[in-house]
Design a binder for this molecule. Structure first.
Ligand SMILES: [Zn+2]
Length: 266
């Protein structure tokens, strides 16, 4: 026995052993500490069916499942010391509701028997069972800021659109007055028919146009950028509107007065 093994020892390349050891220690050093221990034979997984899972906090319907040798004959799933179920045939998995086990930290374990008479115990998986409201408030924490941003943008647009009215700096544009339509161009108010420049703060509704506020009548309308020709035409229409309006009121009283006066002439 001893004689037989000696010749093989002599043939081993002893000179390479230090190098092999250095290489092995370098490899192991690069791996996480857990990788140095042999892989456990029975691994317990906790998976979510439906509910909330945020870090170590869970709530809802979950499943315990084991991964182990092929010759498992029975698996017992436990939450703390409570046996959830014992299964004697694959698939070795069990569903549970976190709400059935009380709030707080719980340790889940699996214990398995093998056909060759061994008992395997999984490493415990620890989770904090939380109230359903935790999941809801976590969802709100994600969606909440989005709503906040949308509301904020809407508020800013509203304030900007109302500023000229509130500060009283909105001076009425005389009918037919030439105006600068600015970078966005002008449009014609569907309510009062007068042209006004599109505002930078108008709300863009993609293909439908812009939701903008008329400078003249203050009404909100869905408008599109009008062509220069259409704007000139609208300005001309304003002018036609302006002439009779400017001429008629002062003309009437003197005429009536003349007629009235004439009654008392005779
Ligand atoms: Zn208008």
């Amino acid at each position: 026995m001893l004689n037989a093994s000696l010749p093989t020892l002599r043939h081993r390349p002893f000179g390479l052993w230090p190098l092999v050891l250095i290489a092995a220690s370098l490899l192991l050093g690069a791996l996480p500490a857990g990788a140095q221990t042999p892989a456990p034979e029975l691994v317990l997984y906790v998976r979510r069916n439906m509910g909330y899972g945020g870090g170590s906090q869970i709530q809802g319907s979950f499943r315990m499942e084991v991964e182990g040798p092929a010759n498992l004959t029975a698996v017992t799933f436990k939450i703390d010391t409570t046996v959830v179920d014992t299964l004697t045939a694959a698939p070795f998995r069990v569903d549970f509701q976190t709400d059935d086990y009380g709030l707080g930290w719980h340790a889940m374990t699996a214990e398995a028997q093998t056909a060759d008479g061994r008992t395997l115990v999984s490493a415990p998986r620890r989770f904090e069972f939380v109230d359903a409201s935790v999941g809801n408030s976590a969802a709100l924490r994600i969606v909440g800021p989005l709503f906040g941003i949308i509301l904020g943008v809407m508020a800013v647009v509203f304030v900007l659109s109302m500023l000229p009215t509130w500060t009283g700096r909105r001076k009425p544009v005389p009918l037919g007055a030439p105006r600068d339509y600015g970078v966005l161009g002008g449009t014609i108010c569907p309510k009062c028919g007068r042209p006004f420049p599109l505002h930078l703060w108008s709300i863009n509704i993609s293909f439908a146009g812009k939701y903008d506020r008329c400078d003249h009548c203050g009404k909100w309308n869905l408008v599109r950028r009008a062509s220069p020709e259409a704007l000139r035409a609208a300005e001309a229409a304003e002018l036609r509107q302006a002439r009779p309006a400017a001429a008629a009121p002062p003309a009437a009283p003197p005429l009536e007065k003349e007629i009235d006066d004439s009654r008392y002439v005779e």
